[in-house]
Design a protein around this ligand. Structure first.
Ligand code: SF4
Length: 471
């Protein structure tokens, strides 16, 4: 994960209501478990029943919060957010939780996803006299919530029918904590119960595990849930529109120790690798996975093919993304900052190299070159997802269509471009077989171009264009 030209995650959220517990510290730990979903900024909001305090900054969770900061964030309920910017650039103002003041008080909010009607909403809010300062769509949601009367849950239920797009949101006022999810349930959101008392919600179940919560269930598409210390109160704020969870969560984004819709992510990826071997077997000496997200699929490929699996590439786990600005020479070396091959294992061997996805192809090209330099005799790239052909409008920075290496190119052409001896992708049917669920149970728009939610009315035309296939 977290390779320079891979699709980049759109954010992670966590919230907890547990009076008597150190809710800020719990949130801090949960955000560590969600760090892979966003590394540009981190923030925590906490409420003591009378006041909401927000601290946020650019950087990793461990950079933004130290011991004195955590000690100062006292309360009964808290929410946290890690961010990678999809709309709104990487400025402090766009770090989350965002906070919106109103006559009713303050609403702090963390959002994972992307609204496709943000421009319309912004105009509506400005026309209605609201001050909308930051550029992120999350600020618009906060502004909508702050304008409502009654409880925060009432405000959420009034706002949700006006939101179009992908959103998994946690919102905190002085007295209420509410989680809500768009009617297609594109981005994940799971509820957990703390055995010692209290409830929480998180983008991924690995964050619930981190704080010792028992996973109860997913927040349902179109549902708004008030999270109290003693239980939850649920409302179906908008009718479910047919669940379309992002299939890329299963392929790449989610941590392998998370569960999505009750399915273990590691198992799904392992099954994708087995399926990939069934579809695209090649004679080779070793199967190598690109750590970490390619590893379960590589193990699956090895198991199904009978070719031995080898850990032949070591990943430097401490190379973050946020503040690394290498010079040009280092940037060209890019991939070597994160991966180091083991020539004693690779030398003279024919390799099957399993990766979870290819976006622009630049990382693949560097990886192939790195493995050749380490002495590999042959390199056969096997990709445990179908080719990415379309951009994402639902909260993932996937690049424009013209930048997607598979758009307008055959696998053979991509192999040539990246320097691999061969290259093959998992089929769409194979992906669904591995997941054990039909294609219409997911959003798969980046593979099919079949977008389940209306696109922005001024969708950037360039995002759909593709360069002519090279001769
Ligand atoms: S377009 Fe792709 S990345 Fe975006 S939500 Fe759909 S499946 Fe996920």
């Amino acid at each position: 994960m977290n390779r320079a030209d891979e699709p980049r995650e759109a954010c992670g959220v966590f919230a907890v209501n547990a009076p008597g517990r150190d809710v800020s510290r719990m949130t801090f730990f949960a955000l560590h478990a969600l760090q892979h979903r966003g590394q540009e900024s981190a923030g925590i909001a906490v409420s003591d029943g009378e006041r909401v305090t927000v601290q946020r900054d650019l950087g990793l969770v461990g950079d933004v919060f130290d011991e004195p900061a955590l000690r100062s964030l006292t309360g009964d309920a808290a929410l946290g957010h890690v961010r990678y910017s999809t709309t709104g650039s990487n400025h402090w103002e766009n770090a989350q939780p965002v906070a919106q003041m109103s006559e009713q008080g303050i609403v702090a909010l963390g959002h994972n996803g992307n609204l496709t009607n943000a421009d319309e909403l912004r105009h509506q809010l400005i026309e209605a006299g609201a001050e909308v300062r930051a550029s992120s769509d999350s600020v618009l949601i906060a502004a909508l919530l702050a304008r409502g009367e009654g409880s925060l849950l009432d405000s959420v239920c009034r706002a949700m029918p006006r939101l179009v797009g992908a959103y998994s949101v946690v919102a905190l006022s002085e007295t209420e904590l509410v989680a809500f999810r768009d009617p297609h349930g594109v981005r994940p959101l799971a509820l957990g119960r703390l055995p010692e008392g209290g409830w929480c919600v998180a983008s991924e179940t690995c964050a619930l595990d981190q704080v010792g919560a028992v996973v109860e269930r997913e927040v349902r598409p179109g549902e708004a849930v008030r999270i109290c210390a003693t239980g939850t109160e649920s409302r179906q704020a908008v009718p479910p529109a047919g669940a379309k969870p992002c299939v890329f969560e299963n392929i790449y984004f989610a941590r392998p120790d998370s569960q999505l819709n009750g399915q273990a992510v590691w198992e799904s990826r392992h099954a994708m690798g087995m399926q990939l071997a069934d579809e695209h077997l090649v004679a080779a000496d070793l199967v190598v996975g690109l750590p970490d997200s390619g590893t379960p699929a590589a193990i699956g490929y090895a198991r199904a093919s009978g070719i031995p699996y080898a850990e032949a590439v070591v990943r430097n786990r401490y190379v973050g993304r946020s503040f690394i600005q290498p010079d040009q020479a280092l940037r060209q070396q890019g991939v070597l900052l994160k991966f180091n091959p083991l020539p004693s294992i690779i030398g003279g061997r024919r390799l099957v190299v399993v990766d979870d996805s290819i976006v622009r192809g630049t990382t693949t090209r560097k990886t192939v070159a790195m493995l050749r330099d380490a002495g590999a005799a042959e390199i056969h790239m096997r990709v445990s997802s179908p080719p990415i052909l379309w951009p994402c409008f639902y909260g993932i920075d996937m690049a424009e269509r013209s930048e997607l290496v598979a758009a307008g190119r055959t696998p053979e052409q991509v192999a040539e471009l990246t320097g691999a001896d061969s290259l093959a992708y998992l089929s769409l049917a194979g992906l669904q077989r591995a997941l054990g669920r039909p294609g219409d149970a997911f959003c798969r728009a980046c593979f099919t171009g079949d977008y389940p939610i209306p696109l922005p009315s001024v969708a950037d035309k360039r995002r759909f264009e593709v360069q002519p296939t090279p001769a």
